[in-house]
Design a protein around this ligand. Structure first.
Ligand code: FES
Length: 120
């Protein structure tokens, strides 16, 4: 009986892990098909960043105080989750495993080590 309960407990734990891992994948997929936060990077004011959809791609767009527009892939270089603009720290954050990227896409904190892909 105890052996059966342990097996059931292990199975329940494995199912919980499976659902948790797939919840992240489902959330990531939903972000890929969702619209951007704004419809054009042209709408960014100096100091603002946002996710913009361009065709099938999601772009992490930031306009610096001089008006220069930075466009990088919104796909985190660790496993591919989407990054989000952090207006307080002025960087791109990945909520999946905690990577941070500078406005030019440079990886600041891992686990990602490669920069966000440069676009345009
Ligand atoms: S996918 Fe971004 S930190 Fe893992």
């Amino acid at each position: 009986m105890a052996r059966t309960l342990r097996a059931v407990s292990k199975t329940a734990g494995a199912i919980g892990d499976y659902l948790a891992e797939n919840a992240t994948a489902i959330k990531s997929f939903a972000e890929y098909i969702a619209p951007g936060e704004i419809d054009s990077a042209d709408k960014l004011r100096p100091g603002e960043g946002a996710i913009v959809r361009e065709g099938l791609s999601k772009i992490a767009a930031f306009r610096d105080d001089d008006g220069t527009l930075y466009k990088r892939s919104a796909a985190c270089t660790h496993v591919g989750c989407h990054v989000h603009w952090n207006s307080l720290e002025r960087c791109w954050d990945c909520s999946c495993h905690g990577s941070h990227f500078a406005i030019d896409g440079t990886a600041l904190n891992g686990p990602a080590v490669s920069p966000l892909a440069r676009l345009g």
